[in-house]
Design a protein around this ligand. Structure first.
Ligand code: PA5
Length: 448
């Protein structure tokens, strides 16, 4: 069976000889620390063997809940932010038809996302749209107290109860949250919602293979058994393979070698618009895990060839502090050929009959070579196909690569202390009870 491959030759050319191999011991120690649970943040290592711990019974339960929601709803709103929605959105967009929301003939509910911003216009427009929909809600919050998600859930719960009645609404609201703590848990227990637990030892950005990702993905109609199988196979591979063949260890090593060589920004580039949210998920995973203690590679993303017409100039000729990681899909799911044109006004008849993907692949190769020539180290991650199995494998590969890479960098990859700073200021500015001192201080600062 084909597998995900990693090609780092376009990056090592920019490094001193042996730079990646020299990190072998450090990388192996970092990986061993994760396996042994001896690293900082070891309370949050539940993701490491999560895929292989998923039983068929557990998947059946998720599928049964998804089946109920699919029967009762034409629209399902996933309320969550950060790790509590990006994974589900990434997989649903990667596997779905780009025009599903326009062409949906009712075979699958539309999956919408809320609770990931505080925009009055967004929430108004959403609630207006939902007035004519038979909608359900999946409320996802590990802490159960996140403001963005709690606000959206308040609005959605109220509207769902108004439209369906309280008893019916309780059948189409599902909570995914902590086992005992937080408002989301209290509400779910009080209202009798079906609920799932986010394991305490799995952090938000590592939770896509828990109910956090699996339930919305199953509701959208995708094969979560294959997704989990791909992740399980990748989990076993990464646990067993030696450094030279281990793609998670190699990725962690080459990233750290590039960082040490002054390459402070990693740009994840795709040539398939469906991968846009995979990159958003990846940005959170790596950004929140590594960006601390004044260290860390800044994760950025571009959609090619679209962004070659906007960011391409910067990447080709801007400051040389970047490297590029191209996410490539070997075989498209559909077949479409470059058409003939009698008049050939655009001069493109030389492409007539070629697969569109062949043109895209040449754009990809041409771009990689041009960027390498422009001084941008290149890593290439290749998926045989864009299906549930390989997406599951990719998610686990990125998680393992992140855990190892963060430890090689020397940070705790599993906390996010910096996320609290804006919340503290926001609550102080909004006069939240308990924030009186902060409120006074911030107002005095603003008056200066
Ligand atoms: O990775 C993380 O831990 C965060 O991004 C969280 O997922 C995000 O802040 C949402 O938190 P919660 O699920 O508690 O609402």
């Amino acid at each position: 069976m084909k597998t995900i491959t990693l090609d780092i030759t376009g990056a090592t050319a920019f490094l001193p000889a042996g730079a990646v191999e020299n990190l072998k011991e450090k990388v192996q120690i970092a990986h061993h620390e994760l396996e042994m649970g001896t690293c900082p943040g070891s309370d949050y290592l539940g993701w490491l063997h999560l895929p292989c711990s998923i039983s068929p019974e557990f998947l059946s339960d998720i599928q049964a809940t998804a089946h109920t929601l699919r029967q009762l709803c034409d629209t399902i709103v996933v309320a969550g932010i950060g790790g509590s929605y990006l994974g589900a959105r990434a997989v649903i967009e990667a596997l779905g038809n780009s025009f599903a929301w326009l062409t949906n003939k009712g075979e699958n509910p539309n999956i919408l996302f809320a609770g990931n911003n505080i925009s009055e216009d967004y929430l108004y427009e959403l609630t207006e749209y939902l007035k004519t929909r038979r909608f359900g809600v999946i409320n996802i919050s590990k802490s159960g107290t996140t403001t963005e998600t709690a606000l959206a859930f308040r609005l959605l719960k109220k509207q769902c109860e108004q439209q369906r009645g309280k008893e019916e609404a309780a059948k189409v609201i599902v909570a995914i949250t902590d086992a005992t703590k937080g408002a989301a848990r209290t509400t779910a227990d009080k209202e009798g919602y079906k609920s799932y637990v986010i394991p305490g030892n799995v952090g938000g950005r590592f939770s896509v293979l828990s109910p956090v990702g699996l339930l919305p993905i199953a509701c959208a109609g995708f094969d979560i058994a294959q997704l989990v199988k791909g992740a399980q196979d990748m989990e076993k591979t990464i646990a067993e393979q030696p450094f030279e063949q281990n793609i998670a260890q190699q990725y962690a090593a080459v990233r750290n070698a590039l960082y040490a060589a002054g390459k402070k920004i990693e740009i994840l580039a795709n040539f398939q618009p469906k991968l846009h949210y995979i990159a958003e998920w990846w940005k959170q995973l790596y950004g929140e895990s590594e960006g601390k203690e004044q260290k860390g590679i800044f994760p950025a993303a571009v959609d090619f060839t679209t962004d070659l017409h906007s960011m391409g100039q910067w990447i080709q000729e801007g400051e040389r502090n970047i490297f590029e990681t191209v996410l490539s899909i070997e075989k498209p799911a559909q077949e479409l050929h470059f058409p003939h044109d009698d008049e050939n006004l655009d001069g493109l008849n030389f492409l007539e009959g070629k697969r569109v993907d062949e043109v895209n692949k040449m754009a990809e190769l041409g771009t990689r070579l041009a960027h390498i020539d422009g001084g941008v180290p290149n890593i290439r991650i290749s998926l045989p196909e864009l299906n549930a199995y390989y997406v599951g494998a990719l998610l686990y590969f990125f998680e393992a690569g992140c855990g190892i890479s963060g430890r090689v960098l020397g940070v705790n990859p599993f906390n996010q202390p910096g996320v609290e700073a804006y919340k503290k200021n926001m609550f102080a500015l909004l006069d939240k009870p308990g924030y009186e001192a902060e409120s006074k201080a911030i107002k005095a600062r603003l008056e200066k």
